[in-house]
Design a protein around this ligand. Sequence first.
Ligand code: 4AD
Ligand code: MG
Length: 468
Amino acid sequence: MERVRRTKIIDALKLEDFGRQINVKGWVRTRRGSKNVGFIALNDGSTIHNIQIVVDIEKMDPEVMKQITTGSCISVIGEVVPSQGKGQKVELQAREIEVYGTADPNEYPLQKKGHSMEYLREIAHLRPRTNTFGAVFRIRHNMAIAIHRFFHEHGFFYFHTPIITASDCEGAGQMFQVTTKNLYDLKKGEDGSILYDDDFFGRQTSLTVSGQLEGELAATALGAIYTFGPTFRAENSNTPRHLAEFWMIEPEVAFNDITDNMDLAEEFIKYCVQWALDNCADDLQFLNDMFDKELIARLEGVVRETFVRLPYTEGIRILEDAVSAGHKFEYPVYWGCDLAAEHERYLVEVHFKKPVIMTDYPKEIKAFYMKQNDDGKTVRGMDVLFPKIGEIIGGSEREENYDKLMARIKELDIPMKDMWWYLDTRRFGTCPHSGFGLGFERLLLFVTGMTNIRDVIPFPRTPKNCEF
Ligand code: 4AD
Ligand code: MG
């Protein structure tokens, strides 16, 4: 085959110099036509759009033509011509086709359109080749870029916190252990407990549930930092919003109080959504047309709205009023309860009809590090609640007072010796500071309109599922 430099399909579709020879490469989406002329829809992942290849069948080797079926990979040299069909400006009149890889029509699993999302999860190794997942993963990339740009533009430093850790940030005991010990032959103490002195790190270690604690160390030195990395939770919740391995973005800022923290969260999330609207228009339009006719309007709405700021106690009152007025929730509502997604979504979708930042939760349902209010009952936590999602962000002002923090740690019986380095921030030059965690896949659920979190991460990890 003659050597012509490859053009990506996203660029080929923009060409206007008809007559030019170009080379495109990609995977065949469909092939149709008559005895004389064939039409191949070719996609290379650079865009949701296919380029149409027009083939004069008589001029081609029949053996090559036979191999061009859905899923096969080909390289085409041809002439850019104005398209006769509707929906595209240009197409390619093929001169030479090389088949890189065939895909047996009796075996290739992505033959027809309209496979169920459940089926596609079973072939997660191939689903990026569908329009839907191509769109989702291009948006996923764009959101990661938006996040780094936002923080960089705002003077935050990207700080890398460890993935293997010996402390449980959220104190919820939902950690995956990391060990090189032989599980068939565990060394145990007299009381039957496992001894870790001969384990790799010489102590019990796990995968991190959050980079926050190390993030606080960094914020009280560099001023404003963010983390963006994988986090792990061994919570056995098989829901459309939970993963065992998910990515989290955690900014932490010295001298920010909870109001600054809310302002940051609101500005940050609006920036990301606006970025998607500005940079992922074709993919969003596809998802809007195929799955969710209100998607783009909802994204535009969030950018425009001012988020409601609502103390927990008031939120409970609204929910109790709804119950009195006859609204049925699956889980009971009372002061002190941890809100379920149905409660959060009622506030956001039914009552306020816009995003809500809920604050000042009962201390019993929040982590040890949150700043304690003077009422002795609530802490300065904040959750950002979104339509369709529920909690998208969780954060707080941190308890910077050494004695108060110690009292809470004792109350909750958190192993102190593991926390000495964290407590040092409160012993040496402590300061007010705040931060939050945004679940990357929850943001993607919102931006793509997908309804199951397994469909916005390439290879989801959930209870009883670790394929690929
Ligand atoms: O509310 P969470 O547990 O907060 C923290 O981890 C804090 N240390 C964050 C901080 O203040 N720096 O988790 C933060 C966010 C949630 O709001 C949610 O979006 C997401 O992480 N999240 C999950 N996403 C997917 N699957 C799970 N199992 C998740 N658990 C939390
Ligand atoms: Mg939370």
